[in-house]
Each structure stands twice: as structure tokens, then as C-alpha cells.
Design a protein around this ligand. Structure first.
Ligand code: ARG
Length: 604
């Protein structure tokens, strides 16, 4: 319905402008045109509403209902509006409720039935914005030799979904894994590796560390407690940075082994991502400093080079610094991010030529990114009309509201968490099969539990308003009732079941009739028509939970429709019309679940 919405907005703007001009108030137009028409707050009010008359009444110093009356009369004279709208009515203190004509909605639904993208428009590549269509999504990004924890899982799931939405819209998406593969911690890790395994160049490449996370913990303990170890670790950092062959080989080994563990998770969850870690930006760090110096942005403070941030203060009210180079000459996490922004917006060969960069990390990094963005803007590294967004998310908690832990109080390993979801999904499925006296083979059971288990974890995460903390509960996410993946998957299976039962051959493409007599049928049509607006709003605000909410409502609307109207028993025309609505619902569900990174099932 986006096209209708846009057309309506354009025409309303025209009428608003006319009425302002008549009253010599043209200057107010820019403010008033913002959100001129919006979705109706309640379905029964109509399709859209317009609240501008309340503001107009203050400007014209007249009663808002009188203004509404005049404005409606003016709107009704507009031919395009008359073509689209069934009614424009005053409500409350002076709102205008807008109802679209039935045939307008029906034409739209017919075109969506025939469209294999369920009505989602592609971006217009021919519109020369002077910008590339490249969007970088920086997500997942675990740290080498450290645990990939639930925070990284959230980033992975949210980042993947955002990437998929941009891909569907036709953007060129570069999915980047900004892994923490550089920094002083490698000094202690390599020293530990040499002590524990081998200091021999040939041997280093063959080492197999059984438990990297344990290994990290042990090295950290030694680093904190043994001064001699600490000294050697510091020397090792210098060696690594100067490119010593042995150190580099050890570093690569650590990265490779971590990568294998990360890749297993990506493979399971079917995540596509390109690794480009912090080390990639090493060669560009020095020029970050040089350019900031040249632009006179850098300040020396107690030996460190930093930028004091506008509008960001510490507890004592003093401006916060973003430290770019430490006193000892070392660079920071922020320095790498500055080099990365610069590289990503730059044109090739030394750049990606992106027009938007999206960073998905936990909320704890909000200040880091605000600082980095501010400095990058000051340095003019973000080209005009290009955009950077931090997509923050809250913590994952156990049902007790505390940090997610195993019963023994250990942090839960991602692998175990995903396996547990699949195990429980299988348990539920076996019970269901028993209750229904159904037999399914091993392959069906394994595949179905995997899809439901992984889908449930992903959906539980995506369906939350990402900014708030969320409580991780296997019971809730695996339930067949409520806003869960199993409920959506089940609704889809239900629709596919109807189609299997239907033995009547029809071609939806040739069919131009949609019945809308029944109330629940009409509600389904309207719900289906909202899909494109949801997707476009996510592209703007990066909130995948809106898609989940929409899908939940769509499924509820569909299930009500299915419970209330006969489909296969109807006469031919109505049957085809309803089957077409089933098809479009299934298509919308499948496509959306794909956008959420969730595989679908024919039966479950
Ligand atoms: N490695 C970081 C962490 O685990 C996340 C990196 C996010 N991306 C970035 N460009 N800083 O917290």
C-alpha cells in the first residue's frame, strides 16, 4: 500500500500548501508536512488519519473542527484524492479519518497476489543519488581466543536479518565480521603458546589447543600474577607488531582455531559473513592520526592523543575524551573503528565506497560509537548524504532476570545453547507425534527439530524490542502459542495443508476477482496490504521486531479467517479468491521468515 500512501501524502501536501498560501502562511509548510498522514490509530477509524488541523487551528486562530471542515472540502476537490478515497470524516477535536475505496484496495491485493515479492518494491537503481547502493552491516564480530557469547549471538541474528532486508530491497550488502583479532592480549596468548607447546617455528603451525577459552583464561591469570610472564608478553606484542615470522605464525594459528569454532556456529545458523578483522585496518592507523593532526582535531592530554567530545561528559561534568593514541604510542579500539569508517566510505582501491554503515553491538558500546561517529564527522570522513547507524541491543538474561548462566553458574556456551533448543524441540515433537498417533522417519524428526529449535532461538531474539534486555526462556520460545517461531511455522504449515487438500486446478495469475464480503476476509486483505510499509519502516529504523509483530498479527488474522470462512467447500469464484488469499499469506510468511533467517517447513 506504500504507493497509495505516497500518492495520498503528495496530494494532501498540495492541499495543505494551497490552504496555507491562501492565508499567507506558506512559511509553516515545512514543519506541518512532517507525518502529515499516518496509519489509523484504530482499524475501525479507517486506513489513515490526518491530524494537521489541530496545528492549523493555532496558526489560523480558529476552531479546529471548523478548520477540518474547510480542509476536507478542499481535499474533496482534489481529483486524485477523490479517486482513492471513499470517505474523509471529522473525528474528535478535529482529526480527519481517511477511508480508501474498496476497489483501490482490491486492485492492490490482486497485484500483490501476482507479484512474487509479495508487493515489496525494489530500490530504484536508476535514480542517480550520486551515491552507491552499498550498505555495510558490521555484525557478529566476536574476539579471537575469547568466548563467542550470547551478546555475539544477538548481534549475529539481528545483523543477519537486517542484511537480508537490505538485500531483498536490492542494495548491495557487504556483511562484515569485524573480529577482534589484534591488540595487546595477543602478547600474552603467544607467550603462553610458546611456553606450553613449542617455540619452534616448524612446530607452531601444528599446535592444536583443545580449549581456547580455557587457554585464554590461563594466560590471563599468568599475566595478572607473574611479573616475568607479563614482561615477556609485552615484548611479544612489539615482536608481533614488527612482523616477526614466528609471532605472526602463532597469531595466525590462534586466529585459525578461533575461526573454526565461530564458523561452526555460522554454518549451523546459516549465516553468511565475510571476515575482515581489526588487523585489516593496521596499515591505515597512522594516517588516521596524521589526518586528525592536519585538521587540528587532535589534542594532547597527559601524553595521550585524544579528541574531546561535544555533548558527552563524564560524571564530574567534564568533556569525555576519545583516546586515539595512548601514551605508549599504542592504538585503541576506537582508532581502528575510525580507520574502518574512513576505509568503508572511501572509493576503491583503498575503500569500499559504501553509502551507509550499520553497526550491530550491545548497548554498552553506544558511547563508543557516538564518539567515533562524532570524530569521523569532524574529520569529514562521512561523505554528504551518507549515513552511519549504531543498532544497539540489550542484554540476554535468564528467567530470573540475571545474566544467563548454566545451573552450575557457568556462562553458557553458544553451541550448547543451540543444541539444547534443538533437543527440546525434538522432545516436543516426539510427544506430539505420540499424541497424534503419527509415524515420521528419523530424517523428518531431525530436520524438523533443527528448524524449529534454531528458528525459535532466532525469533525469540528478533521479536523483542532490541533495545530492552530480554529474558531467555526455552519454554516460551518453543511454545506453539503466542508470538513464537513455532506458531508462525505452524500457521504456514496449516495453509500449505489447505493447498494440498485442494484438488481444484486454478491459475492465480489469470484470476482478477477477490471476494471481500466476510469481515474476517476483509481484515486479512487489509493486513496483507500493510507488508510493504513494515519492511520500509525497518529499512529506515532498523527494528526487525516490527516484522515479527506484523507476522504475529498476520497469523492471528489468518487463523481467524480460516476458522470463520469455508474455503474448499465454496463455489468456484469464492474458492479461488480465498485460495488466492491463502497463497498470498503463505508467500508473505515464507518471505518474512526468510528475512528473519528462519527456514520453513511443509509439515511439522
Ligand atoms: N569485537 C567487538 C566485541 O566483541 C565488537 C566489534 C563491533 N564492531 C566494530 N566495528 N567495533 O565487543
Amino acid at each position: 500500500m506504500l504507493i497509495i500512501f505516497k500518492e495520498l501524502t503528495k496530494q494532501f501536501e498540495q492541499s495543505l500548501l494551497d490552504s496555507l498560501e491562501k492565508n499567507d502562511k506558506k512559511g509553516e509548510f515545512e514543519i506541518l508536512r512532517k507525518n502529515l498522514i499516518t496509519q489509523s490509530s484504530k482499524e475501525e477509524f479507517g486506513d489513515y488519519q490526518c491530524n494537521v488541523c489541530l496545528s492549523l487551528s493555532k496558526i489560523f486562530k480558529k476552531n479546529p473542527r471548523d478548520i477540518s471542515n474547510d480542509f476536507i472540502n478542499l481535499l474533496k476537490k482534489n481529483k486524485s484524492i477523490a479517486k482513492l478515497c471513499k470517505s474523509l470524516e471529522i473525528a474528535g477535536p478535529g482529526f480527519i479519518n481517511i477511508k480508501l475505496k474498496d476497489e483501490v484496495l482490491i486492485n492492490e491485493i490482486i497485484s500483490n497476489i501476482q507479484c512474487n515479492r509479495a508487493g515489496i518494491p525494489l530500490i530504484r537503481k536508476d535514480l542517480d543519488r550520486g551515491l552507491s547502493n552499498k550498505v555495510i552491516v558490521d555484525f557478529s564480530s566476536p574476539n579471537i581466543a575469547k568466548e563467542m557469547h550470547v551478546g555475539h549471538l544477538r548481534s549475529t541474528i539481528i545483523g543477519d536479518s537486517i542484511s537480508r532486508i537490505f538485500e531483498l530491497r536490492g542494495y548491495e550488502v557487504l556483511r562484515l565480521n569485524h573480529v577482534g583479532d589484534w591488540g595487546t592480549q595477543f602478547g600474552m596468548l603467544i607467550t603462553q603458546l610458546k611456553d606450553l607447546y613449542s617455540n619452534d617455528l616448524e612446530e607452531i603451525g601444528k599446535i592444536k589447543i583443545s580449549d581456547l577459552v580455557e587457554f585464554y583464561k590461563e594466560s590471563k591469570k599468568r599475566f595478572d600474577n607473574e611479573s616475568e610472564f607479563q614482561k615477556r608478553s609485552r615484548e611479544e606484542v612489539v615482536k608481533l607488531q614488527s612482523g616477526d615470522i614466528k609471532s605472526i605464525k602463532a597469531w595466525k594459528l590462534l586466529c585459525d582455531q578461533s575461526r573454526q569454532e565461530f564458523d561452526e556456529i555460522y554454518k549451523n545458523l546459516k549465516i553468511k559473513i565475510e571476515e575482515r578483522g581489526e588487523s585489516f585496518y593496521n596499515p591505515f592507523l597512522k594516517s588516521v592520526i596524521d589526518d586528525l593532526n592536519l585538521k587540528k582535531i587532535l589534542v594532547e592530554d597527559q601524553g595521550a592523543k585524544c579528541v574531546f567530545l561535544d555533548g558527552m561528559t563524564n560524571k564530574e561534568g567534564k568533556p569525555l575524551p576519545l583516546i586515539i593514541q595512548k601514551k605508549d604510542g599504542g592504538f585503541n579500539y576506537a582508532t581502528t573503528d575510525l580507520a574502518a569508517i574512513r576505509y568503508r566510505f572511501n572509493k576503491p582501491p583503498n575503500g569500499d565506497d559504501a553509502s551507509r554503515i550499520i553497526y550491530v553491538t550491545d548497548h554498552g558500546q553506544a558511547n563508543h560509537f557516538a564518539g567515533v561517529f562524532q570524530v569521523a564527522k569532524k574529520a569529514k570522513w562521512i561523505p554528504e548524504n551518507c549515513q552511519v547507524d549504531h543498532v544497539p541491543f540489550g542484554l540476554v538474561q535468564g528467567i530470573d532476570g540475571k545474566k544467563l548462566k548454566t545451573r552450575e553458574g557457568e556462562t553458557i556456551r553458544l553451541k550448547d545453547l543451540l543444541n539444547e533448543a534443538v533437543r527440546r524441540a525434538k522432545e516436543d515433537l516426539l510427544k506430539r507425534l505420540e499424541d497424534e498417533d503419527r509415524y515420521e522417519n528419523e530424517e523428518f524428526i531431525a530436520n524438523t527439530s533443527r528448524i524449529i529449535g534454531f528458528g525459535a532461538v532466532k525469533y525469540a531474539d528478533l521479536s523483542q524490542n532490541r533495545i530492552t534486555n530480554y529474558q531467555f526462556s526455552f519454554d516460551k520460545m518453543l511454545s506453539l502459542n503466542g508470538n513464537t517461531a513455532p506458531y508462525l511455522l505452524y500457521t504456514l504449515v496449516r495453509i500449505l495443508g489447505i493447498k494440498r487438500k485442494n484438488d481444484f486446478v486454478y491459475d492465480s495469475k489469470d484470476f482478477q476477482y477477490v471476494n471481500y464480503e466476510n469481515k474476517s476476509e476483509w481484515k486479512l486483505i487489509r493486513k496483507l496490504l500493510k507488508f510493504d510499509e513494515v519492511i520500509i519502516s525497518i529499512e529506515k529504523d532498523l527494528m526487525p521486531n516490527r516484522l515479527c509483530n506484523y507476522l504475529f498479527e498476520l497469523c492471528q488474522t489468518f487463523n481467524r479467517f480460516y476458522d470463520q470462512v469455508p474455503i474448499l467447500k465454496e463455489e468456484k469464484n469464492i474458492k479461488i479468491s480465498r485460495l488466492n488469499l491463502c497463497d498470498l499469506t503463505a508467500k508473505t510468511l515464507k518471505l518474512s521468515l526468510e528475512l528473519l533467517g528462519i527456514e520453513t517447513l511443509e509439515r511439522m
